[in-house]
Design a binder for this molecule. Sequence first.
Ligand code: SF4
Ligand code: SF4
Length: 463
Amino acid sequence: MSKHTFSIGGVHPHDNKMSRECRIEPLPLAPTVYISVAQHIGAPAVPVVAVGDKVKVGQVIAEPGGFVSAFIHSSVSGTVKSIGPRADLSGRPSTHIEIAVEGDEWLETIDTSDTLVTEIPADNKAILDKIRMGGVVGLGGATFPTHVKLSPPPGSKCERVIINGCECEPYLTSDFRTLLEKGEQVVVGAAILKQVMGGVPCTIAIEENKPEAIAHIREVIGKLGFSGIEVMEMKMMYPQGGEKQLIDAVMGRQVGSGALPISVGAVVQNVATALAVYDAVQKNKPIVDNSVTITGQCAPKQANLLVRVGTPLRYILDYLGGVPENAAKVISGGPMMGRAVANLDAATVKGTGALLLLTEKETRRAPESHCIRCGKCADACPMGLEPFLLNKLARAKDWDAMEQNAAQDCIECGCCLYSCPAQIPLLDNIRIGKGIVLGNIRARAAAAKAAAEAAKASADAKK
Ligand code: SF4
Ligand code: SF4
């Protein structure tokens, strides 16, 4: 049977899944964790603990700061030492709650046993509340609060839930290991998501380079007896796991410019998010840890570790043997979409899925030459954009023209950069322009909203 894939662009980087045989091992607790209150898309959470407070694992330490925001829980037991600004993975300051670790005492309400709970509560509203209270956010990179994504706006209807198990980025293996080692929990999580969205069909999409995971999840679905959940074998193609690309591949539907997946009837959740949903709903366990792949040619050791949220990166790397001398860069995430880590004393967040160590040789870019108009970047772009043109416009600072040419639709996948024989830093330039274009779009929307409100207030005053 032909394998499923998306219809536009894409590239085939070597998958380099060097850590695929590494089981997920719990990382011993660090002496101190630093938990950011801004680890999701939306408003930062607001701390509800004070310096000197004693906390347990799973206790709420910060509450949502708005509708699109998320609860933050302590990942350890111990004493709150400080609350204040600290550099995050990108080097930008954000509020962190510093906790000195004492023992490992969990809230009594959390079921820490290994017992698999397959009976799903009937009340969808209660399920959504548990997901919200569990601080569940999209763990595939976007960190969008999951309970918001599971509450479609009036007039829209979900027709299919897609669980993204593609893990199409080279090097990353934590989702693959999760499918193998926590497959039952992922399938129950998928069944919960399916129920919440009205019992629609559910597809668990897994790339063909993970045959063990495909076979295992098919077996688990049969064993647990959930109906309406299927595994779809996907072609190995980057970025197969991109949300819009996956919807195209699974449903044959195109999400329009600026539109959400729900506009074509899709809700997409990552494998790790499905596991977090299981934990929150069936075990009362909020997100306090996540699986992190540590990999790369110069990694001290290949590993998949279960890491408590807020653990300093240096502590993780020291546990594996330290940062090797030939490591020139640490990337949070994969080589295509990951971001360089500015500071190894920064701490993990819920969305930290991988640390990739690169040598100086691997990070060295060949000198840039002139565009030869080969069109390879446009052929590779899965969003149907013209990266050579967007690059030119970004360099000319022509933000209006960038918007007219849909720079805001760029998913920052890096396919254009990967394909360019002239080594032009296409992604770097387009990313800068995209940020400005999105800022302009938001400013216009805010101005339009304010004008409409002012007009309404004036009309009301005249009545
Ligand atoms: S980074 Fe943006 S412009 Fe480049 S290929 Fe990906 S979507 Fe297209
Ligand atoms: S791939 Fe590079 S050289 Fe070819 S058209 Fe695009 S920018 Fe120009």
